[in-house]
Design a binder for this molecule. Structure first.
Ligand code: 13P
Length: 286
């Protein structure tokens, strides 16, 4: 089947207190690991790329690989643009077949964030594409967006309602204490804040920075309205470890099929575990 818009699946996830996992990929092997893992778990899956990855790999290559994966397998596959602050890149991705885009104006003043997001919503909704916005600021480092963890402000529930109403977004990324990248200690999530946001806002909520968040906190978040769980760092680490290990075992290794193949297998294991944690397989059942 073609790449799909995630909204029907996310709405079902909201009703059933389940979530879909969204994995950041960087190349063919990481995309294969995500898709094959999802196929083995019989679950829908979101493949996502940041603008930095698009600069590295090229939008046409990523979109062609994702379309090929969707045609090859019988699970719903979504191609999503993650943390994009550029109207032009978001529109380009839509033209190339992305079925969901995040427009991240969270670094802008509130009114400017609304204006940027509403402009993307207008274009995306006309094309049948879902839009994710972000309110509050999620700490840590991802690509060129760096927010000092102390400065990172959490989403204010009343503002979230206003933001959703004024932008028309389909999903909302919330700042409730998670951060991109690795945590120094155990992350403390503000579950009460999340529950309040869910009470006010009737669209699916997104958890960024899920790498390193304990499983029980992920489950508690899903029970309080999180319908999309974003994972990047926890895939990067096993990929790098497997490649390093290939060279340790055979310092003369020069066949990328061997070291990238080993990386792909390790990434796939994490993908499968995270998919099981979200309960996403149940979303394909009636
Ligand atoms: P992690 O790198 O912490 O998994 O964050 C991923 C993310 O939120 C992508 O948007």
């Amino acid at each position: 089947m073609p790449l799909v818009n995630p909204l029907p699946i996310l709405k079902k996830a909201r009703q059933q207190k389940l979530a879909i996992a969204a994995f950041n990929i960087h190349n063919l092997e990481t995309m294969q690991a995500v898709v094959e893992g999802a196929v083995e778990e019989m679950a829908p899956v979101i493949i996502q790329t940041t603008p930095g990855t698009l600069e590295h790999a090229g939008i046409p290559f990523i979109s062609a690989m994702a379309k090929a994966a969707a045609e090859e397998y019988r699970i719903p596959i979504i191609l999503h643009l993650d943390h994009c602050s550029s109207f032009a890149i978001a529109v380009k991705c839509i033209r190339y077949g992305y079925t969901s885009v995040m427009i991240d104006g969270s670094a802008l003043p509130y009114q400017d964030n609304i204006k940027l997001v509403a402009e993307v919503v207008k274009v995306a909704q006309a094309a049948g594409i879902a839009v994710e916005g972000e309110l509050g600021r999620i700490g840590g480092t991802e690509d060129d967006i760096t927010v000092d963890e102390r400065e990172a402000a959490m989403t204010v529930p009343g503002e979230a309602l206003d933001f959703v109403q004024r932008t028309g977004i389909d999903t909302l990324a919330v700042a409730i204490g998670t951060a991109h990248g690795l945590y120094k200690g155990e992350p403390l999530l503000d579950f009460d804040r999340l529950a309040q946001i869910k009470e006010l806002v009737d669209i699916p909520l997104v958890l960024h920075g899920a790498s390193g968040v304990p499983d029980d906190s992920i489950i508690r978040s899903i029970n309080r309205g999180i319908c999309k769980v974003n994972i990047a760092t926890e895939l990067k680490i096993p990929l790098a470890e497997a490649i390093k290990n290939s060279f340790k075992v055979n310092p003369a290794e020069d066949d990328p099929r061997n070291y990238l193949g080993a990386g792909r297998e390790e990434v796939k294991k994490v993908v499968k575990r995270k998919i099981r944690l979200t309960g996403a397989s149940k979303l394909l059942k009636r």
